[in-house]
Design a protein around this ligand. Structure first.
Ligand code: SF4
Length: 219
């Protein structure tokens, strides 16, 4: 398939992390872990769309640059149409389609439901970067947070042997950038990162606490 069509109802506008300019790359470089070290870059957004072209998970995920999101102001409930190119390697990339053209938005009626979850259009990438994140239980993300602007899922490349960076494994992780007081939040089990010779590093809670220590509970 050279082109993938997309048309459907927008479930979620979600932070996308990866390389700085995905329009020039066939794949994105995701978050990277190397035992006790991790790095993220803030690339843009993804739209999770239900409708035509949805995969087995029930949604189609489309990569979107920050400029396109700022121009269109997508938010959950909108109807979206456009055309994109399929991504070949699903391990490295959360999106099914990228390089989207002919984007069109039909706005939904503004949600009057009080948060959480937060169903408005997401803020600029710098806001996410400044806020920092905490790990988010994957089941909670799917059941409660899958349309909140503060929740996101990303592919993670794990370098198993720092002396042999080609030895990698992949997985997906979910994160929350929202207020620490959110009643829907569940951290889930501590994340474990495999390393050389069967070693394992456990990411303790203090790392998330440190990462968001500059925010008050309701911020
Ligand atoms: S836990 Fe985080 S992602 Fe989920 S609803 Fe609350 S703020 Fe949103």
């Amino acid at each position: 398939m050279a082109k993938g069509g997309l048309l459907g109802k927008l479930l979620h506008v979600e932070l996308k992390e990866g390389v700085e300019d995905f329009s020039t790359y066939p794949f994105s470089i995701p978050a990277v872990r190397s035992f006790d070290e991790r790095s993220h870059t803030y690339q843009g957004f993804v739209l999770r769309i239900e409708g035509e072209g949805a995969g087995p998970a029930g949604s189609l995920i489309v990569a979107l640059g920050e400029g396109a999101q700022a121009k269109h102001g997508f938010r959950p409930g909108d109807l979206v149409s456009g055309e994109g190119e399929p991504v070949a390697d699903g391990r490295r990339e959360i999106a099914d389609l990228y390089k989207v053209a002919k984007l069109k938005r039909t706005p939904a009626t503004q949600s009057t439901t009080a948060p959480p979850p937060w169903l408005t259009a997401p803020p600029a990438l710098t806001v996410y970067r400044d806020r920092g994140h905490r790990r988010l239980d994957t089941a909670t993300f799917r059941r409660k947070c899958a349309n909140c602007m503060w929740g996101c899922e990303m592919p993670v490349e794990m370098i198993i042997d720092q002396w042999n960076p080609t030895h990698v494994r992949w997985r997906r992780e979910t994160f929350c950038y929202g207020p620490k007081s959110c009643r829907l939040y569940r951290a889930g089990p501590a994340r474990k990162v495999p390393g050389r010779k069967g070693m394992t590093w456990v990411e303790e809670d203090w790392i998330d606490e440190q990462n968001t220590s500059h925010r008050e509970q309701d911020e």
